[in-house]
Write a protein that binds this ligand. Structure first.
Ligand code: NAD
Length: 444
C-alpha cells in the first residue's frame, strides 16, 4: 500500500485554499525544509547569542562557519532573517541570568527565516550545584517547548543539554539540529555527554529490519547515502519489494522472520560470515493489532509484543553472544513511538511494546558502552506510511494536525534521525529517546 497524501496541506498552501484557510483561521502547514544534496546548511545567516559565561559560543560559531554558514557577529549586524539562532544558556545559574535571556533572544527569534532553527544550549540538570541552578536550567525546557509552538513557517526549536564531559561531542548534535535533516524534530531535549569510542574504521555495515517499505526502506536509503552497506531484512513474503529496496541502496536482502526461533543465530551468522560483523543495528520492523484491552485476544496481545519487543531483545542478545558480531563502537537504534510514551486508546499491546523498547535501550546502552557502543531510541509521531494509511479518516486527519508543524512527518524524517544516531557524529548521545513528531501533543 502506498503512503497517503496530505491533500489538506496541499490545498491550503496556495491560491483560494490558502485564502480560505486564512479567513477561517484553519491550520496552514508549511512545506518543511528537508535535506537536498548540495543545498547549503542554512537558509540565512546564523547568530550565536551568549548568556552568562556562554562557554560554547565561540566553538559553535566556528563549527557553523566551518559547515558553510554565514555567522553574524550579533543579531543587529544583519538585516537578513536568521537561518539559525543558537543561544548558549549552559552557564545560566540564577533567576536573574534566566530573566536576561529575553532581551537578546526575542528579537532574534522574531527574525527567524522560513524553516529556521533555534537551538538552546543548556546544562545537564543533575550536574548543577544549587537548587536555583537546577530550577533555571529546567526552566529552559518550558521556554524551548513554548517557542517550538510559537515558531512559524516550519521553524523548529530544540534544547541540547551539554554535559561537563561533552567537549567536541556537542558539534554533531548541534549540526544535526540546525540542518534540514531535522525537519520534523521540534520541542525536544537531547543530552550530550562524553563521546563513546570511534567506530571501527573502514566500510560500515548496517542491518535494518522491516526494510521492505515505509520507514525501514527510508532508513536503508539514508544510511546508504553515506556509503554504508545496508543488509535489508524483511519477511520472505515481502521478497520482491525487499529486493527492489536492497538494489536501490546498493545493499543486500535477507529474508528473515525476526520472531523465528532461529532468527538470532541466523542473523549473527550472516553478519559475521558475509560482513565480518555489523556497525549499526536498526530494530525497525513493527506491527499493530489495535483493539481495546478487554477485547484483545491472546494472539493480538502476544504477536505485537513478539515482533516489537521480544524479537529486538532476542536479536540483540544473539549478536552480543557471538564474539565479533557487533563491531567496536556498534550503535543500536530502536524504533519506539510517542504512543509508547503517552499510551494510546486501543493500543495496549503496541504501547507496552514501544515503552518496553525504551527500557531496552537504556539498559542495553550500559552494556554496549564497554565496547564503545551505544543504544538510543527514536520515537516517531504521526508519519505518512502504510501503517497510518490504514487508520480511519478522522483519527488520521486529527493525528496529522495535533503537532506544532500541523502535519504528519515523512518516513525520511525518521530515517534522518536514525542515521544521525547511528553516525559517529552522535558519539556523545547514548541511552536516549529522540522524538521525531513535530512536537506532537501526545506524551509531551
Ligand atoms: N508510521 C508511523 O506513524 C509510526 C509511528 C511511530 C512508530 N512507528 C514505528 O516505526 C516502525 C516502522 O513503521 P512503518 O510505518 O514503516 O511500518 P510498515 O508496516 O510500513 O513496515 C513494517 C515492516 O516490518 C516488516 N515486518 C513485520 N513483521 C516482521 C517480522 N516478523 N519479521 C521481519 N519483518 C517484519 C513488514 O513486512 C514491513 O515491511 C515500526 O516499528 C513502527 O511501530 C511508526
Amino acid at each position: 500500500m502506498s503512503a497517503p497524501v496530505d491533500a489538506y496541506a496541499q490545498f491550503v498552501r496556495q491560491g483560494p485554499g490558502a485564502a480560505l484557510a486564512r479567513r477561517l483561521g484553519a491550520p496552514r502547514p508549511a512545506a518543511l525544509r528537508r535535506f537536498r544534496p548540495g543545498a547549503p546548511l542554512l537558509t540565512g545567516p546564523a547568530v550565536v547569542i551568549g548568556a552568562a559565561a556562554a562557554p560554547h559560543a565561540d566553538d559553535v560559531a566556528r563549527w557553523l562557519a566551518a559547515a558553510g554558514a554565514d555567522v553574524a557577529a550579533a543579531p543587529e549586524a544583519t538585516e537578513e532573517r536568521f537561518g539559525a539562532v543558537v543561544l548558549d544558556a549552559s552557564a545560566v545559574r540564577t533567576t536573574a541570568e534566566l530573566a536576561s535571556l529575553r532581551e537578546p533572544l526575542a528579537p532574534a527569534f522574531r527574525r527567524l527565516a522560513v524553516g529556521g532553527r533555534v537551538v538552546v544550549l543548556g546544562a545537564v540538570v543533575a550536574e548543577t550545584a544549587t537548587v536555583e541552578a537546577a530550577a533555571v536550567q529546567q526552566a529552559l525546557e518550558g521556554l524551548v517547548r513554548t517557542l517550538g509552538k510559537e515558531a512559524r513557517s516550519g521553524g523548529t526549536v530544540n534544547l541540547l543539554r551539554v554535559g561537563e564531559a561533552a567537549g567536541q561531542a556537542l558539534r554533531g548534535p548541534l549540526e544535526f539540529l540546525v540542518s534540514a535533516r531535522a525537519a520534523f524534530v521540534s520541542g525536544q531535549v537531547l543530552e550530550v555527554g562524553a563521546a563513546r569510542a570511534a567506530q571501527t574504521p573502514g566500510a560500515r555495515t548496517a542491518v535494518v529490519t522491516g526494510a521492505a517499505q515505509g520507514i525501514g526502506a527510508a532508513i536503508a536509503e539514508v544510511l546508504a547515502r553515506s556509503g554504508t552497506h545496508v543488509v535489508c531484512v524483511d519477511l520472505a513474503a515481502q521478497g520482491e519489494q525487499l529486493a527492489r529496496i536492497a538494489n536501490r541502496v546498493g545493499g543486500s536482502a535477507l529474508h528473515l522472520d525476526i520472531t523465528a526461533g532461529t532468527a538470532p543465530s541466523a542473523l549473527a551468522e550472516h553478519l559475521l560470515r558475509r560482513h565480518g560483523g555489523v556497525d549499526v543495528v536498526v530494530h525497525n520492523a513493527g506491527i499493530t493489532r489495535d483493539r481495546s484491552f478487554v477485547n484483545l485476544d491472546e494472539g493480538g496481545w502476544t504477536s505485537v509484543l513478539d515482533v516489537n519487543l521480544r524479537a529486538p531483545l532476542r536479536l540483540t542478545d544473539g549478536l552480543l553472544a557471538r564474539e565479533g558480531a557487533l563491531r567496536r563502537g556498534a550503535r543500536v537504534v530502536q524504533l519506539s513511538s510517542i504512543n509508547g510514551i503517552a499510551g494510546a486508546k486501543g493500543q495496549a499491546n503496541y504501547a507496552a511494546s514501544k515503552a518496553g523498547v525504551i527500557g531496552m535501550v537504556r539498559a542495553l546502552d550500559t552494556r554496549l558502552a564497554a565496547n564503545g557502543g551505544a543504544a538510543n531510541a527514536v520515537a516517531p509521531g504521526f508519519v505518512e506510511t502504510a501503517m497510518t494509511a490504514r487508520m480511519p479518516l478522522l483519527p488520521r486527519e486529527l493525528g496529522r494536525r495535533v503537532n506544532s508543524l500541523q502535519q504528519g512527518g515523512l518516513p525520511v524524517d525518521v530515517a534522518e534521525a536514525v542515521a544521525f544516531l547511528a553516525d559517529p557524529a552522535a558519539a556523545g548521545v547514548s541511552g536516549q529517546v529522540l522524538r521525531v513528531c513535530g512536537q506532537n501533543l501526545l506524551g509531551a
